[in-house]
Write a protein that binds this ligand. Structure first.
Ligand code: FE2
Length: 202
């Protein structure tokens, strides 16, 4: 699904549904981080009108999702609180920029695509399996947005690659390499030796 090399382990579904409040706290932070990441890319790459336009729309959507998840938390008597530890995104960024090297814009966009793809895959599981019907409908709506965000990031990576003389096929090969690394990280975090947590990315 959406370029992912491995599907989510059942253990993640069990952990997520065992503590939906914790999942929603993490989800809210994920939406805010996604909006912040898009805004950071806009500020750094203001010379690329296509990127600025696409990521402005994306950031608006992520922030709107943050607001809605936060409203769900408030309705459940929960506060946002500090962001949970997010080893998934940290490990994925390390793959794209090993040993402190700076990450290329193509890789940063592809990492963004994979994060969206994994969110999309997991929101689909929540839309199918969550006992709370309101949350099911919410996640069914969101998974379509995440699929759109995945395509936005891949399209921007291909456009950026073209500027650097990298053809679309090579960008897709790089996406596949990063996807293989993402699968290893997911396997370690969900279903591996580490206890699976009620967070969006395990
Ligand atoms: Fe997204």
């Amino acid at each position: 699904m959406l370029g992912l090399a491995v599907t989510t382990d059942e253990k993640w579904v069990e952990a997520a549904l065992a503590d939906v409040d914790a999942l929603l706290v993490d989800h809210a932070h994920c939406e805010m981080k996604a909006a912040s990441n898009a805004m950071s890319l806009i500020v750094r790459h203001g010379d690329r009108p296509e990127l600025v336009s696409a990521l402005t729309l994306l950031a608006e959507e992520e922030l709107a999702h943050f607001r809605r998840v936060h409203e769900l938390l408030v309705a459940r008597g929960r506060a946002l609180g500090p962001p949970p530890i997010d080893p998934y995104a940290a490990e994925l960024r390390k793959v794209a920029a090993p040993k402190g090297k700076s990450v290329s814009l193509v890789d940063r966009l592809l990492v963004g695509a994979l994060i969206e793809a994994r969110s999309c895959e997991r929101f689909k599981l929540l839309a199918e399996r969550c006992p709370d019907l309101e949350l099911r409908a919410f996640y069914a709506e969101l998974l379509a947005c995440e699929a759109g965000h995945y395509r936005t990031f891949v399209d921007l990576a291909i456009a950026e690659g073209a500027r650097d003389g990298i053809d679309a096929k090579a960008v897709r090969v790089r996406l596949s390499e990063l996807s293989t690394a993402e699968a290893t990280i997911v396997a370690q975090l969900s279903g591996g030796a580490v206890e699976t947590r009620a967070t969006v990315h395990g």
